[in-house]
Ligand binder design. Structure first.
Ligand code: SAM
Length: 338
């Protein structure tokens, strides 16, 4: 908790540079953990500015590493910063930052994929879902292999209003591989339109803030990096359970270049495929010859609503998975030979 009576403009005292911290604690980036560090504090300041006004805010930073973004957050007059870092080697450097900003930095050695943030911040910060977002922000530059599963997990948390969203519409500012950042924000009809575009945009206002060239990182990754800001919507654009939306969207995008009826068809067992695909598209009023990338979120909403109705009428339908049917079929000839 922040100590009372702080100066109104807080700056960290002079500290060793990030380069010196890396040398001091021998923090060589581990390639197998996709560690790429941002050492340019102008860039880390820019990321943190995109999160909004952090004065008196409670911030949850995921994967602080040597602490570049951490320093920028601490310089933003936050009430408290909680960091969760998996790699123990970074803890002493973070402790040095904690000593430089007494009472402000809480360090957790843990995994963001399993860390329970629901009790991490005071209850008094909670806001109604339809009120303004709470003064809690998530910020992070994680490895690409973690940021994509994590955003899917957090999108599901948004749909259930739990996890970091138990406090209300907590905003997030996160980095992604540029290609993934483009998918997250892709509009109807664009080349990058994909499963991630629909899953993120039906729940959030998603903004592509800026791109950081790969050369700004140490070591330099193969790709550029996009900074994305998410604000959960008061009303999701699709009012169906996350898993149902995910299933419809995943199936539709199964065949990106084909007409959408092909992917929709995979929602149904082979024996009923033709007529039920027709029925679902008709109820949803969606043109079967549109390609998946041409479908708007409203059209996905109609598809999900139509599929929900069909699942309510036939509860076994939701558990149907065309891959299982394919596997069964592949096994058949062998069984016959036995
Ligand atoms: N934020 C720092 C920066 O911008 O320089 C470090 C970025 S580096 C790409 C990612 C950091 O996330 C590393 O410090 C890594 O150890 C940490 N990390 C990776 N997976 C994690 C996980 N599952 N939970 C917590 N931290 C993780």
């Amino acid at each position: 908790m922040a100590a009372p009576g702080k100066l109104s403009t807080y700056r960290l005292p002079p500290l060793p540079t990030l380069g010196e911290i890396i040398k001091l604690y021998r923090l060589r980036a581990r390639k197998q953990l996709s560690q790429n560090f941002l050492l340019d504090l102008r860039l880390t300041d820019k990321i943190v500015r995109k999160a909004g006004n952090l004065k008196n805010a409670y911030v949850y930073e995921v994967g602080p590493g040597p602490g570049g973004i951490t320093r920028s957050i601490l310089n933003s007059e936050v009430a408290e910063l909680l960091v969760v870092e998996k790699d123990t080697r970074f803890i002493p450097g973070l402790q040095m930052l904690s000593e430089a900003a007494p009472g402000k930095l809480r360090i957790v050695h843990g995994d963001v994929l399993t860390f329970n943030v629901e009790k991490a911040f005071p209850r008094s910060l909670r806001r109604e879902w339809d009120a303004d977002p709470p003064n809690i922000h998530i910020i992070g530059n994680l490895p690409f292999s973690v940021s994509t599963p994590l955003i899917i997990k957090w999108l599901e948390n948004i749909s259930r209003k739990d996890g970091p969203f138990i406090y209300g519409r907590t905003q997030m500012t996160l980095t992604f591989q540029k290609e993934v950042a483009e998918r997250l924000t892709a509009s109807t009809g664009s080349r990058q339109r994909s499963r991630l575009s629909i899953m993120a945009q039906y729940l959030c206002n998603v903004q592509n803030c800026f791109t950081i060239p790969g050369r700004a990182f140490l070591p330099k990754p193969e790709v550029d990096v996009g900074v994305i800001h998410f604000t959960p919507l008061v009303e999701p654009q699709i009012s169906q359970p996350f898993k149902l939306v995910e299933k419809v969207v995943q199936n539709v995008f199964q065949f990106r270049r084909k007409y959408c009826y092909k992917g929709v068809g995979n929602l149904f067992p082979n024996t009923q495929r033709l007529e039920r695909t027709k029925e679902m598209l008709m109820v949803a009023d969606v043109d079967p010859t549109l390609r998946p990338g041409q479908l708007s979120i409203l059209q996905f909403k109609s598809l999900c609503d139509a599929y929900r109705k069909m699942c309510d009428d036939d509860p076994a339908l939701f558990t149907y998975n065309f891959r299982d049917e394919l596997k069964q079929k592949k096994k058949m000839p062998t069984n016959l030979d036995d």
